[in-house]
Design a binder for this molecule. Structure first.
Ligand code: IPD
Ligand code: CA
Ligand code: CA
Length: 260
């Protein structure tokens, strides 16, 4: 691990402490139908903006609650979701994460921290993936029939039909399915072998930037719903992530659901 990543990890843990301390004074605002932002999302973003920008002054700071973002920049960049799982947070459902990625032309790293169970997922390109310092690997399941598949639901309810058709098809073949969220932890759970795959439509760059590094460093595979590699700098994308062994089998079923 390099010095900048070590310092970034400390900053993310400090932001986690802010979440735990401020949680009692939660103020909620609706951004769109069933889509919320809280004073905690804003406070974490502000704190991370200050400390991460100080760590790397020439980097672009892309974050969900910024008014505008330069998604397509090729410069070194932080990609941050200050609170991934705001709906869970509002309900006291303790699956919530601070998700921070750093990408430049030489390296990428991902940090995903759940402040409620103190679980920290980290990965640096070429150096493997870890949870609380212990190496993690994807599961070895070779078949969908022995797999648990996570899925997410889009905020845009006009697009939920495609997700439910996919879930119906996949559920015919797999062992079980889960909708837990947030996206960053779903990816980290595939990386840790707790689930075997995770699928969602319409994810934003900050939902997945850190999770992709963690998953790939744990031996997993990620693509869009057509099986294509994810394009760099894309703001929004559909995602299929797996332990790699079941990827093609899962993709084939997703494609049949898309044709219905
Ligand atoms: C959301 C969560 C959720 C996923 C949504 C995301 P937010 O992020 O990750 O699990 O299903 O697609 O947008 O809005 O809580 O940061
Ligand atoms: Ca998110
Ligand atoms: Ca968020």
């Amino acid at each position: 691990m390099n010095a900048m990543m070590e310092q970034a990890i400390q900053h993310v843990k400090d932001a986690g402490e802010l979440v735990r301390n401020k949680y009692k004074e939660l103020q909620v605002e609706e951004k769109g139908f069933a889509n919320y932002v809280t004073n905690i999302d804003m406070a974490v973003q502000q704190q991370l903006h200050e400390v991460l920008s100080a760590l790397s002054p020439n980097s672009v700071f892309i974050s969900e609650e910024n008014e505008t973002n330069d998604y397509a920049t090729k410069k070194s960049r932080w990609i941050v979701d200050p609170i991934d799982g705001t709906t869970n947070l509002i309900h006291g459902y303790p699956h919530v994460a601070i998700s921070v990625a750093y990408y430049d032309e030489h390296q990428r790293f991902g940090i995903i921290y759940n402040p409620f169970n103190d679980e920290l997922f980290t990965a640096l390109s070429g150096q493997g993936a870890f949870v609380n310092g212990e190496r993690i690997h994807v599961s070895t399941n070779q078949k969908l029939s022995g797999s648990i598949i996570g899925f997410g639901l889009p905020y845009d309810r006009t697009k939920s039909g495609a997700t439910f058709r996919m879930v119906e098809k996949v559920y015919e073949t797999c062992q079980d399915m889960k909708r837990k969220g947030p996206a960053s932890l779903d990816l980290a759970y595939v990386a840790a072998g707790r689930i075997d795959g995770y699928v969602e439509k319409d994810l934003k760059i900050w939902d997945i930037a850190a999770g992709i590094v963690v998953l790939e460093e744990a031996g997993g595979r990620v693509s869009d719903w057509m099986g294509r590699a994810l394009e760099e700098g894309l703001y929004i994308t559909d995602i299929v992530s797996t332990n790699s062994h079941i990827h093609d089998e899962l993709l084939a079923i997703i494609r049949t659901s898309e044709n219905e």
